[in-house]
Design a protein around this ligand. Structure first.
Ligand SMILES: CC(C)(COP(=O)(O)OP(=O)(O)OC[C@H]1O[C@@H](n2cnc3c(N)ncnc32)[C@H](O)[C@@H]1OP(=O)(O)O)[C@@H](O)C(=O)NCCC(=O)NCCSC(=O)CC(=O)O
Length: 559
């Protein structure tokens, strides 16, 4: 299939019309293969775009080096990786984990895994051994592809599978590890893509809940039409755009929409390997001529904090900006209009769903500042009360997906776990919202204890478990404390072992402990020492009491 058909789909369209005309079968003509009889994700995201000579990846390293990679080059690389995997005994359906920064080798690993018919599992490079071990155990991954900067974290992982290491110049790999560069250079550049079907998996994600460790989210091939739709209808990715999604492919928004989605549309993606700063972000937008940008509100608020002068150099350059991961403040929308002359739209989704409620850039409907938008065509959502009755406008309830009327829905339950969120014909998101009279959705808050910080979903139980492994800690309770920049920050209340005094040095030790053991992004920025934690008579932790304490107006006076 040529890109011409994809291109014909772009251009502004009426929202109601797009909803009325939605047919799942229309996606068949967008793919080379068929979800019913078999397709290969690497073929759809890479091979079928190779003949046109187009660019698949624009990459910029931490040191300012830049390189472009065509679809044809990535096809070649994917075959070499697939041969490496096959030589290691990886079979279709097996899981291959990647713990790499945003490099060309990361993209080759993802595509090569798909080419072999295997399942790619992301491991965020900020994870520590505890987060890694849980995920590798959960997925039974057969191989981890990483670099030397992250290799040592696997030493403490019980039952770690085989490891392939991507070296930088001058580096070597330790005995027993595979040298990714040497192996792929020596491997054949042909590998027949393995066809898979609608219910076969191609990604294994994880997501945090209130209780227990993160759950596995298996993503089947039938998610591809939903990922395609989001890029086309909400992001409005057009052939002439230069697209950059700032999110890291270690998470859903990055993997679904900085990798899978754009490549499915035959569009180049952009990887910047360095850490986020306002300065580097503006300079990449300028240097790469970015016209279509996606990311989390925290990133946008950090751009705003750098001031209007920093934005002046790219004012008028961004045609469409998409925001996901946290609710977007109306102030950010106003600032982007004034200082960047850019429309920024809020989009709502979850790892379990992909993006489902959006202020679409391509589809015409009213956009209210502060609203999450309208359901993407192919999804029907409802607002439910506690008895799963659908509520009318202006009543708070839980946002749910109507499973019988959502042909794009692909999630059918967590990996090898009960999924109480699914039942009675609905998937309940756990987010509290209100339906507006025009059918749009306004976000109210989270219905459980899950923390939203900087666009990351963080499970309090995960952080509490890491804290109590520290010898000084007896008990811990973790909540999200409202924060103007990061939506919430992780705050921990800690009960110390007998005889140990809480002080700033110990608080810093605990922060570093969680950063190293669990993850660099999930550590408690604030720590308070308490004599005891609020609990029910049966001993159940009452995080809501602590949350109330944080939001009480006289909090500072009382402290
Ligand atoms: C907005 C940001 C760019 C801001 O970056 P910052 O660096 O300021 O903050 P951060 O929260 O990322 O990082 C917190 C700390 O972790 C460190 N850190 C971050 N990444 C790291 C890495 N790869 N390796 C080692 N350390 C790392 C930082 O230096 C920082 O340390 P220190 O604090 O010491 O300085 C980023 O938070 C971001 O990209 N957020 C969006 C996340 C996202 O993609 N969300 C959408 C999908 S969520 C999703 O899909 C999941 C779901 O919803 O289920």
């Amino acid at each position: 299939m040529s890109n011409a058909t994809d291109r014909a789909a772009t251009g502004v369209a009426d929202y109601a019309d797009a909803v009325a005309r939605f047919r799942l079968a229309d996606f068949d003509r967008l793919f080379e293969g068929s979800l019913e009889t078999g397709l290969n994700v690497c073929v759809e995201c890479c091979d079928r775009h190779a003949a046109g000579g187009g660019i698949a990846l624009e990459w910029e390293g931490q040191d300012g080096r830049r390189a472009s990679f065509t679809f044809a080059e990535m096809k070649d690389q994917s075959a070499r990786v697939a041969n490496l995997l096959a030589a290691q005994g990886v079979k279709p359906g097996d899981v291959v984990a990647g713990m790499l920064p945003r490099t060309p080798e990361l993209l080759a690993t993802i595509l090569g895994t798909w080419r072999a018919g295997a399942v790619y599992q992301p491991l965020f490079t900020a994870f520590g051994p505890k987060a890694i071990e849980h995920r590798l155990k959960m997925s039974s991954a057969k191989l981890v592809v990483t670099d030397n900067a992250n290799r040592a974290k696997l030493d403490d992982v019980a039952g770690c599978p085989a490891v392939a290491v991507v070296t930088r110049p001058g580096e070597s790999v330790r005995p027993g590890d595979l040298d990714f560069r040497a192996e792929t250079a020596a491997a054949s550049a042909t590998f027949a893509p393995v066809p898979r079907k609608a219910d076969d998996l191609f990604l294994m994600m994880s997501t945090s809940g209130t209780t227990g460790l993160p759950k596995g989210v298996p993503v089947p091939l039938k998610a591809l039409p939903a990922f395609y739709s989001y890029l086309r209808d909400a992001v409005d990715l057009r052939p002439e755009d230069k697209f950059w999604n700032i999110a890291d492919p270690g998470w859903a928004y990055g993997l679904y929409y900085a990798v899978t989605g754009p490549l499915l549309l035959g569009h180049a993606t952009t990887f910047y390997e360095g850490p986020f700063t306002a300065e580097s972000t503006y300079s990449i937008i300028k240097r790469h001529g970015i016209t279509n940008l996606a990311g989390a509100p925290t990133a946008y608020r950090l751009l705003i904090a750098a001031g209007p002068e920093a934005a002046a150099g790219v004012k008028g350059q961004l045609r469409a900006v998409s925001s996901a991961g946290e609710p977007l403040n109306p102030e950010v929308i106003r600032w982007f209009a004034e200082h960047l002359a850019a429309p920024i739209h809020d989009h709502y989704g979850q790892t379990e769903l992909g993006m489902v409620v959006n202020n679409h850039h391509r589809l015409r409907h009213t956009v209210h500042p502060g609203s999450a938008g309208m359901p993407m065509p192919g999804f029907r959502v409802a607002v439910l009360d506690d008895e799963s009755r659908e509520l009318g406008p202006n009543l708070p309830g839980v946002l749910a997906v109507d499973l019988n009327n959502s042909p794009l829905m692909w999630f059918s339950g967590y990996w090898q776990q009960e999924t109480p969120a699914i039942g009675g014909g609905y998937y309940r998101t756990g987010d509290t919202v209100e339906l507006e009279p025009d059918g749009s959705i306004s976000f109210v808050g989270r219905a459980d204890d899950v923390i939203t910080s900087s666009g990351y979903r963080i499970g309090p139980f995960d952080v509490e478990s890491a804290l109590i492994e520290h010898p000084a800690v007896i008990e811990a309770a973790v909540i999200g404390k409202p924060d103007p920049e990061r939506t919430e920050i992780v705050k921990a209340y800690v009960v110390l072992a007998k005889g140990i005094q809480g002080n700033e040095q110990l608080a810093e030790d605990l922060r570093q402990y969680v950063k190293k053991r669990l993850s660099a992004h999930a550590y408690p920025r604030e720590i308070e020492f308490l004599e005891q934690l609020p609990k029910t008579p049966s001993g159940k932790l009452q995080r809501f009491v602590l949350r109330k304490r944080e939001t009480a107006p006289d909090r500072d006076a009382a402290a």
